[in-house]
Design a binder for this molecule. Structure first.
Ligand SMILES: CC(C)(COP(=O)(O)OP(=O)(O)OC[C@H]1O[C@@H](n2cnc3c(N)ncnc32)[C@H](O)[C@@H]1OP(=O)(O)O)[C@@H](O)C(=O)NCCC(=O)NCCS
Length: 179
């Protein structure tokens, strides 16, 4: 399988590589960033996530993209499709390091990832599973045109979380992206 490389005006998106462990672990050590994406994690758990993502690319042909800021070459986060066991729906997930917030980077990366997902995978719709208190993530979902479709039940160990399902279907996304 040829792994996809995506490019936007300011970002490059590519599947994770082992060297992403350092910045990824730093992101997951930051309490505010990690609050809604599984809480602060040890370096070992982040290593496991990275390996699981590589496994998802190898076994499923999709997974998170690492997001690289073109101007600096810095790893600034991970965005993309996944569908973990027991998850309520196929999701486009997003998470960036804190200094990269507030610059439109998440929207730029998510747009590229959604375009790729609808072109490459047979998913008729995608979801964003968002905690009720995660205002920044809700704002991003809204900016991308997703609509809230009720609550989601997450599998253990996330089952206590109050999450909403924000949904975007293929036809609506395509219409939105047409020039
Ligand atoms: C959720 C998350 C990805 C949102 O990131 P974000 O930077 O707020 O989202 P966007 O990329 O859409 O950026 C929008 C902001 O950039 C600003 N901006 C600056 N330059 C911009 C540009 N060129 N284009 C667009 N927006 C721009 C917008 O005005 C907006 O500012 P505001 O936050 O003051 O309203 C980020 O907060 C995050 O990583 N959180 C931690 C992980 C997490 O919780 N993930 C979600 C789990 S469901």
């Amino acid at each position: 399988m040829t792994l996809p490389m995506l490019e936007t005006p300011r970002l490059r998106l590519r599947p994770p590589v082992p060297a992403d462990l350092e910045p990824w672990a730093a992101m997951m050590a930051d309490e505010e960033t990690a609050r809604f994406i599984g809480s602060v994690q040890t370096r070992f758990m982040v290593w496991r996530s990275l390996m699981a993502m590589a496994g998802s690319w190898a076994l499923n042909g999709y997974g998170f993209f690492s997001v690289i800021e073109k101007a600096t070459g810095r790893w600034i986060g991970r965005v993309g499709p996944w569908h973990p066991e027991g998850w309520p729906a196929p999701e486009i997930a997003w998470g960036l390091v804190r200094p990269a917030w507030g610059q439109g980077y998440a929207a730029e990366a998510a747009t590229a990832a959604i375009d790729w997902t609808f072109a490459a995978l047979a998913w008729p719709s995608i979801a964003h599973v968002i905690h009720r208190e995660n205002a920044r993530s809700q704002a991003l979902a809204r900016r991308l045109g997703a609509e809230r479709h009720g609550a989601a039940t997450l599998p253990p160990p996330f089952d206590g979380a109050e999450a909403d399902l924000w949904v975007q279907d293929r036809a609506r996304w395509r219409a939105r992206r047409r020039p």
